[in-house]
Design a protein around this ligand. Structure first.
Ligand code: FAD
Length: 393
């Protein structure tokens, strides 16, 4: 048996089905044995580890909960714990899969035609092709519903013009899911754009301090033709993206959980091994207090994350609940990981010790899929019935 980790103090494993436990162990084993040893060099160089794609493909987790079309058809919980296990060792790998699977593939599965699902999902599921998901624009981040990229109807298809920013995987993705404003209806529509489409250009955003392996790009769409068969028939307004965001926010919530677990497990080992003042660091009360606080946070995060999955699986989850999960869990993870960074002393700022890398990787996660503030406002609107996204006039 592969050992359970110290951070699973309340034995969340007991709440998982045999299939969910099996996927958790399979991902954990692959990440610890095959991926962990090679990650730091890619992270430092800010390069994507293409050699890892076949390993992730063999895990058969891409496509997550999607059924059919070569996808694994995992439960939402199984899909979430797989993502956490990726993040426990490397958050960039986890984000690569999140964008590809929980955003792009899920949009095709939920909003695509039967023909689009048959055409695109099987190769995306085996990771022989890669996808990205483009909503954010340079001038429209939190305010994404106001996006300005346009889609103009022409004979046999659509012409897309505009810009996207921050789009993960976009510098090498084969398939780009792009959202644009229909010039006739003024509503948001969704399109599948292929990598080699004339007029499409993706440039890597350099100098990120977190998720350095993820290739985030600025996308330029200049007179890009998309045939009718590649317009997603299920995206007819911004509201339709919420169907996808509700699930993906559940998934994203599990990234900070995985990161915090990885950091705790590393600190727990480190503090028992390293000695100062003639005793292991773990023997000092202040260090124990930090460890216990980290552990308490993680147990609460795990239980909230697990409950969120169950609410979604039973069809009861609301957007506000998903947003509270994402915002609260990432806030607690931020606190947990900063304790971890302190506990490692100087080594807490070296990428070689996992904690510094995790500390930096958490920052973009705190911000993407709706910042902490925006998710707080989504929950605030739901519990009060009063939207407060715009300043009072
Ligand atoms: P802004 O919207 O400019 O916000 C700046 C600050 O103002 C934040 O603190 C925010 O919370 C606050 N704020 C904004 N509006 C309000 C308000 N009404 N009330 C209170 N506070 C407010 N997007 C994609 O489409 N696809 C991707 O694959 C993708 N990947 C990403 C990967 C990374 C590493 C990063 C950093 C971002 C990614 N994004 C992606 C974009 C991400 O979703 C946006 O960065 C995020 O939505 C925030 O938008 P912004 O950066 O423009 O910040």
């Amino acid at each position: 048996d592969f050992p359970t980790c110290a951070s699973d103090y309340y034995q969340l494993d007991d709440l998982l089905t045999p299939e969910e436990k099996a996927i958790r162990m399979k991902v954990r084993e692959c990440m610890e044995k095959e991926v962990a040893p090679i990650m730091t060099k890619y992270w430092e160089k800010a390069e994507f580890p293409f050699e890892v794609i076949p390993k992730l493909g063999a895990l058969h987790i891409s496509g997550g909960s999607i059924k059919g079309y070569g996808c694994p058809g995992l439960s939402i919980t199984g899909s979430a714990v797989a993502l956490a296990e990726l993040a426990r060792v490397d958050a960039s790998c986890s984000t690569f899969i999140l964008v590809h699977s929980s955003l792009a593939m899920l949009t095709i599965a939920l909003c695509g035609s039967e023909m689009q699902k048959q055409k695109y999902l099987p190769s995306l599921a085996e990771l022989s092709t890669v996808a990205c998901w483009g909503l954010t624009e340079p001038d429209y981040g939190s305010d994404a519903s106001a996006l300005r990229t346009t889609a103009r109807k022409v004979e046999g298809g659509w012409i897309l013009d505009g810009q996207k920013r921050w789009i993960g995987n976009s510098t090498f993705a084969d398939v780009l899911v792009i959202f644009a404003r229909n010039t006739a209806t003024n509503q948001i529509n969704g399109f599948i754009v292929k990598k080699d489409a004339p007029g499409l250009q993706a440039t890597k955003i350099e100098n990120k301090i977190g998720l350095r392996m993820v290739q985030n790009g600025d996308i330029l769409l200049k007179n890009v033709f998309v045939p009718d068969e590649d317009r997603l028939p299920g995206v007819n307004s911004f509201q339709d993206t919420s169907k996808v965001l509700a699930v993906s926010r559940v998934m994203v919530s599990w990234q900070p959980i995985g990161i915090a677990m990885g950091v705790y497990d590393m600190c727990h080992r480190y503090l028992k091994e390293r000695k100062q003042f003639g005793a292991p660091l773990a023997a000092f009360q202040i260090n124990q207090q930090k460890l216990v606080q980290m552990l308490g946070n993680i147990q609460a995060m795990l239980l909230v994350g697990w409950r969120l999955c169950k609410l979604y699986e039973s069809g009861k989850m609301t957007p506000g609940q998903a947003s509270l999960g994402k915002s609260w869990i990432s806030l607690r993870a931020r606190e947990t990981v900063s304790f971890g960074r302190e506990l490692l002393g100087g080594n807490g700022i070296l990428a070689d010790f996992l904690v510094a890398k995790a500390f930096c990787d958490l920052e973009p996660i705190y911000t993407y899929e709706g910042t902490y503030d925006i998710n707080t406002l989504v929950t605030g609107r739901e519990i009060t019935g009063l939207p407060s996204f715009k300043p009072a006039t």
